[in-house]
Design a protein around this ligand. Structure first.
Ligand code: RTP
Ligand code: MG
Length: 137
């Protein structure tokens, strides 16, 4: 089942020079293709929309501050079961709980600075793709 997902390489991934490493893991998967890619410093309005489900939670404000702290890389990835697949490559939210071999498990320690975002369902992907790539057909 071919799908599309929205992936963000967060400011920590860009600052630490891990963009190539992370994109390499995505590109190496059979059948997956990167169909849009942009280095972009996200603005507050975009982040408030993107993280609307987390508004009011204790980690929300520091999360938005962190996401504003430097450029991110936004990507559209298409291919077979790519929504579940990129989440699996990323590993669980908490990098210490993430297995070695996953992106977060190999490079992360802090929950907030966990390197990558990937849409968690078809509904989230449709919503997030519109936020980050409104002109993308
Ligand atoms: P994402 O949305 O970024 O792909 O990550 P996720 O589904 O694994 O995590 P989610 O629960 O949606 O949380 C969004 C992002 O908020 C930060 N966070 N910090 N307790 C904390 O300090 C905390 N909990 C979550 C992380 O950056 C997480 O990816
Ligand atoms: Mg999430």
């Amino acid at each position: 089942m071919s799908q599309r997902t929205l992936v963000l390489l967060k400011p920590d991934a860009v600052r630490r020079g891990l963009v190539g490493e992370i994109i390499g893991r995505i590109e190496a998967k059979a059948d997956w293709k990167i169909t849009a890619l942009e280095l972009r410093t996200l603005d507050k309005a975009t982040l408030e929309t993107h993280y609307a489900e987390h508004q009011g939670r204790p980690f929300y404000e520091p999360l938005v501050e962190f996401m504003l702290s430097g450029p991110s890389v936004a990507l559209v990835v298409e291919g077979e079961r790519v929504i579940e697949g990129v989440r699996a490559l990323a590993g669980p939210t908490d990098p210490i709980a993430a297995a070695p071999g996953s992106i977060r498990g190999d490079y992360g320690t802090i929950v907030r600075e966990n390197l990558i975002h990937a849409s968690d369902s078809e509904e989230s992907a449709a919503r997030e793709l519109k936020i980050f790539f409104p002109d993308f057909a």
